[in-house]
Design a protein around this ligand. Structure first.
Ligand code: GLV
Length: 329
């Protein structure tokens, strides 16, 4: 009998066709994600599921799925939406697709950094609103990347990929990462600093590349913003709650920092009438770090292969809880 598999959104066909050939496949086709109740309903009796960062994977999810569920394969790198203790209790393997999206996300972080520094949003608004009356020596002056210091919080795959880009553009790079598992950014010269305070005090640009954990929730807040250089540009392509949104609104309104470029926000999605949206020095994208055609295809293929590997009793490299593999199911 073929395995029953649920996919919680339409992902690229490259992944679906791999699954269709081998499983009894059910795909959620709505534009909006399934509600927690709908998710629990659809995953009932499945052997595996491919889930997104918008799905809550908790004890209730595993209970609803039942004993057949062996694997939740995430179409994502981040896994703060998964209760890993509950996964262990339920003996369910959790996998993700981190390598596939490293370069695309680093490219977007770089894009946000440059666009926020050079006031691209204000420039576009200026033209659209008919304000472009002449070439102005004093208008829309921004910040240089070259010669500036970029502070990276979290030297994992994406932090390292951004560091290489920044060095190529003539920036100095410092980073803060309390984890011993940091990834060195190849040949790019970077300097590790011992504390977050030191990083914030030295950086003209600060970019977040840490996972969302209890330690990193609101790592950027009123007190830490106070340590940043006045002209600093803040970039977030990690998770929205790493920044205290109210503190950021206040800092941007008061020009306490120069600008922010955000691909992730708290809340997410951000309502169009949220105070952040109308700030001229805040550039916001709708969580599209990995959204290139080839990256999303690679994520779909990776997620499908991870899922099938587990169903075939093989342990994929991108397993987040490999210890569960040896436990009796
Ligand atoms: C996107 O944010 C991801 O974690 O894949």
């Amino acid at each position: 009998m073929s395995h029953r598999v649920f996919v919680s959104r339409l992902i690229p066909e490259a992944g679906l066709e791999i699954l269709r050939a081998r499983t009894d496949l059910d795909v959620w086709s709505g534009e909006m994600p399934p509600s927690p109740t709908e998710l629990r309903d659809r995953v009932k009796g499945c052997d595996g599921a491919i889930c997104l960062l918008s799905d809550t994977i908790d004890a209730a999810f595993f209970k609803a799925a039942g004993p057949a569920l062996k694997v939740v394969s995430l179409f994502a790198a981040g896994y703060n939406n998964v209760d890993m203790n509950a996964a262990r209790e339920a003996r369910v393997i959790i996998t993700n697709t981190p390598d596939q999206l490293t370069e695309a996300t680093a490219e977007l972080a770089f894009t946000l950094m440059a666009a926020a520094a050079r006031r691209v949003k204000e420039g576009i608004d200026n033209v659209r609103d008919g304000q472009w009356r002449t070439w102005g020596p004093l208008i829309l002056r921004g910040r240089d990347l070259r010669g500036s210091t970029l502070g990276i919080i979290g030297m994992g795959r994406i932090g390292a990929a951004l560091a290489r880009r920044a060095v190529a553009f003539g920036m100095q790079v410092v980073f803060f990462d309390p984890s011993p598992f940091m990834i060195p950014p190849g040949d790019a010269p970077v300097t590790r600093v011992a504390t977050l305070d030191e990083l914030l005090g030295r950086s003209d640009f600060v970019s977040l590349h840490c996972p969302l954990t209890p330690q990193t929730r609101h790592i950027i807040r009123k007190e830490t913003i106070a340590l940043m250089k006045p002209g600093c540009v803040l970039v977030n392509t990690a998770r929205g709650p790493c920044i205290d949104t109210d503190a950021l609104v206040d800092a941007l309104k008061k020009d306490r920092i120069f600008a922010a470029g955000l691909d992730v926000t708290d809340p997410e999605p951000l309502p169009a009438d949220h105070p952040l949206v109308s700030l001229p020095n805040c550039l916001i994208l709708p969580h599209v770090g990995s959204a290139t055609f080839s990256t999303r295809d690679a994520m779909a293929v990776g997620a499908a292969r991870n899922l099938l590997d587990v169903l075939d009793n093989r342990l994929p490299a991108d397993t987040l809880n490999p210890d569960v593999f040896s436990l009796p199911h």
